[in-house]
Each structure stands twice: as C-alpha cells, then as structure tokens.
Design a binder for this molecule. Structure first.
Ligand code: SF4
Length: 209
C-alpha cells in the first residue's frame, strides 16, 4: 500500500471532545463523497466541506511507500513528552488507513485518532474514533468514541443517531454566514437534550490550522 498525504503538521485539536490536545494532524488525500473540485461541489454527496484535501502539495505532504516511512515522518513532528497523538483525517482517511499503518503508528508511540464520515467500516486498533455522518449517505460505522453531527441539517437530526453506540455525542454548528444563529440553536438543543454536548471549531478563532 502506498499512502498519499496532503499535509502533516503539529497543532492543537480544535474541535470535539479532545479539543485543546496537541496532535500531529495527518491529512490523507481524497474523499469518497466529493472530488474536492469546486466544479463538482453541487453534484457531490457532501456539499459543505471546508477542507482542502486534493493533491500532496501541503506541508510535509507526499507519497509514502511503506507504513513505517509514514509513521516515522509523523513521529518526527512530535516535540517529545506527553502522549504522542496523531489525528488521521482527510478527505476520508479510511480510504487509506489500514492495519499495517495502524501498527506502525502504534510502534512509533502514537495514540491514534480518526475522523471519518462513517461510510467505511473502521479497522480494529483505532484509539479514538470520531464519526461525522453526512446527510443522505448510508452510515456504516455505527459505533465509536464520538459522534459529531454538523448542526442543523434537514436530513440529519440528532435524534436519528441517539440509539447508536458512541461514548460522546456532540453538535457542531455549521460554519458559514449563519454560524452565530446555528451556534445559538445548537446551545439550545444541548440544554434541552443533555445527552449532546457542543463542539466548537476553536482552531478557527485562534488562527491555527
Ligand atoms: S466527507 Fe468530509 S472530507 Fe469528504 S467532502 Fe464531506 S466534509 Fe469533506
């Protein structure tokens, strides 16, 4: 397996239940719900994406021909101390993250988090699995550590997911011109449905990637 990486960098996790934690973000190229090209957005299965995941031209991006070479490149970005933490994201990371890479990242000392759209069943061995379901797309991964729902979505209501096997359920206000109104609405929902918590994209406020 060859791994195509858009970018890889040290940052703080900005959102969800692990917000504030130092992490190596390992962004894979490609997604199964959108080509990543603006010309295709309106006909894509997922249309509110705010991530650039095409190509391998980002910071520390490139093609890695072995799991070990990728794990070692990620490990070089960790400054030492603490518990090394890698967040595999994309695009859709489960198009590429496989058992040999999970083993190599563990061997390099990492605790492994994954942020997925839930359309692919995750392999075993992931330490923190965050699923963010997309409207109108069948959800295949129905268990994990965190279910993160962009809110509001006409076709994806919080109550549609409450029966699933996740330890944390969070609402993340949809970004864009109405984010303030959506944030208020998400706060109201969390207050009246305490099984849900609020996920804010704090990295956007503090100006980090
Ligand atoms: S599934 Fe995720 S990466 Fe893919 S287009 Fe949607 S938001 Fe973007």
């Amino acid at each position: 397996m060859t791994y195509s990486v858009k970018e890889m960098f040290l940052t703080l996790q900005g959102e969800g239940a692990q917000a504030g934690r130092a992490a190596v973000f390992l962004r894979f190229t490609g997604c199964n719900l959108w080509s990543g090209r603006e010309v295709d957005r309106q006909k894509a299965q997922c249309r509110f994406c705010d991530t650039e995941f095409v190509g391998m031209d980002g910071q520390n991006g490139g093609q890695f021909t072995t799991p070990m070479s990728l794990a070692q490149a990620a490990a070089k970005l960790w400054p030492g101390g603490g518990k090394p933490y890698v967040v595999c994201t994309g695009g859709e990371p489960l198009l590429q993250l496989d058992t040999p890479l999970i083993d190599a990242l563990h061997d390099a000392g990492f605790e492994i988090a994954v942020e997925t759209n839930g359309t692919i069943v995750a392999p075993d061995g992931i330490d923190w699995l965050c699923v963010s379901p997309k409207a109108g797309v069948p959800l295949k991964q129905k268990s994990g550590d965190e279910l993160k729902l962009v809110f509001p979505q006409e076709e994806n209501k919080p109550e549609d997911f409450e029966h699933l096997d996740f330890a944390h359920f969070v609402l993340q206000p949809m970004d864009g011109p109405d984010v303030i109104e959506y944030t208020r609405s998400a706060v109201r929902h969390c207050l009246s449905h305490p099984g849900w918590g609020l996920s804010l994209q704090t990295h956007k406020w503090i100006g980090i990637s």
